[in-house]
Write a protein that binds this ligand. Structure first.
Ligand code: FAD
Length: 404
């Protein structure tokens, strides 16, 4: 293989470049990035960066010394627009064509938006530019912030906005936020947190429309959020956190199998052996993880298989994510399911911290913690070995197991 092209110059893309060099690939390495920025870290965008406690430099994932060592060509600021699989080339939106022997797809995900024309004051939060724009508005004194969507990004952004002194309302269409991610019992527990931090959480109602002033320039400016139940929430700023879609638009039409992401085997190999995928864009078997750790781990496996020309390695590590919201660190590792039972093994809801295990047929499927990072990491490591010992419940803990 003489040329490998990595499409997507972010977390998974950078890790793919590192893995290629670490695994001995010494050919031409081209990285195509839609954003003009070198790889940077996204998790702080909804946390310390939005709160104003971190600056752009602190987000950088690499430095000049490493970039020189990696010896890649970075084509930034222009997206890839397609694949010519017959001609073995990646096509760029500006008309350039990169002839290549192998491709790593690492284009991540793009935030879903509300229907309707763009309005000033309405933000999504995925990129550094998104965060800079939102932070700029918060700094100029936005008082009333409405966050649409009570998922991780919404909760973290709400925390940062409340910390800056804004009155924050989170609107969640489901009866409870985070049930798909955490299960009902643990989601219920987390739903207590916003009120404890001065954030109003409105569940079970969707958004009907955004109201805007008529004369705003260059676009009308949002003034309120109208809810499906008729309530009207005044808003200087609206943050839309209603999930993401895998960034595969540029791949259609193409002979690659796509289904909510690039369909891959467990080694990251797509339906074509010379094309692998990693990170938020990739569906490994049934799982498309949208987590930082997966985007750092999957590329080494995908690249190994790309260089081998076949699936010789599989990525089997249990998925893991964390979220910092309302003053708490939430962590979950493993593959929890709707039929799991949940058992608290340390702490409890009234202590502000706990460690819990999800179990199915006597086996631990996942580990969950609020503000218990060390014991969580111990259990996470054991989970990764595939033989986690079941921890005993704490003395005096309620014996009841909760449906997840
Ligand atoms: P991305 O980081 O999305 O990068 C994909 C890159 O590809 C982007 O730069 C994009 O512009 C580029 N691209 C897209 N289309 C094209 C194209 N056609 N051509 C060229 N380039 C293209 N995870 C956690 O586990 N914990 C957290 O606390 C956490 N916090 C987060 C906070 C925020 C605000 C966000 C946005 C994400 C957070 N995540 C968190 C998720 C984590 O950051 C992602 O899982 C990770 O960034 C995925 O990396 P990636 O490289 O696969 O995709």
């Amino acid at each position: 293989m003489r040329t490998v092209t990595v499409v997507g110059a972010s977390l998974a893309g950078l890790h793919a470049v590192r893995a290629l060099r670490a695994q001995g690939f010494d050919g031409r390495l081209v990285v195509i990035g839609a954003e003009r920025h070198r790889p940077y870290d996204r998790p702080p965008l909804s946390k310390s960066f939005l709160a104003g406690d971190a600056e752009t430099d602190a987000l950088s994932l690499s430095d000049a010394e490493e970039e020189a060592e990696l010896a890649a060509e970075w084509l930034l600021g222009t997206p890839a627009a397609g694949l010519d699989t017959a001609g073995r080339a990646v096509l760029l939106a500006d008309g350039r064509r990169i002839t290549t022997d192998g491709v790593v797809v690492a284009t991540g995900a793009a935030p879903r938006t509300l229907p309707g024309p763009p309005l000033a004051g309405v933000h999504t939060l995925r990129t550094l530019d998104d965060a800079l724009a939102l932070r700029g508005e918060l700094r100029t004194g936005a008082r009333q912030v409405v966050v649409i969507g009570g998922g991780f990004i919404g909760a973290e952004a709400a925390t940062a906005c409340a910390g800056l002194g804004a009155q924050v309302t989170v609107v969640e269409a489901a009866p409870l936020p985070l049930v798909p991610q955490l299960g009902r019992e643990m989601a219920q527990l987390c739903a207590r947190m916003p009120a404890e931090h001065g954030v109003r959480l409105l569940c079970g109602t969707g958004v009907k429309a955004l109201r805007a002033d008529a004369g705003g320039r260059p676009a009308p400016r949002v003034t309120a959020v109208e809810l499906a139940d008729g309530r009207l929430l005044d808003a200087d700023v609206v943050i839309v956190g209603i999930g993401v879609s895998a960034a595969t638009d540029w791949l259609t039409p193409s002979p690659l199998a796509l289904r909510d992401g690039v369909l891959c085997d467990e080694g990251g190999v797509s339906s074509l052996p010379q094309i692998v995928a990693a990170g938020d864009v990739a569906r490994y078997g049934e799982l498309r993880a949208e987590h930082w750790t997966s985007a750092t781990e999957q590329p080494a496996t995908a690249v190994r298989n790309l260089l081998a020309g076949a699936t010789v390695a599989r990525h089997t590590a249990p998925p893991y994510f964390w979220s910092d919201q309302y003053g708490s660190r939430i962590q979950l590792a493993g593959r929890r399911g709707p039929k799991d039972t949940v058992r608290i093994v340390e702490g409890g809801p009234d202590e502000g911290s706990l460690l819990a295990v999800h179990e199915r047929d006597g086996e631990i499927t996942a580990v969950f913690a609020v503000n218990r990072p060390r014991p969580f990491m111990r259990l996470r490591r054991r989970l990764a070995t595939g033989r986690p010992a079941t921890p005993a419940p704490p003395a005096g803990a309620p014996a009841a197991a909760h449906g997840a």
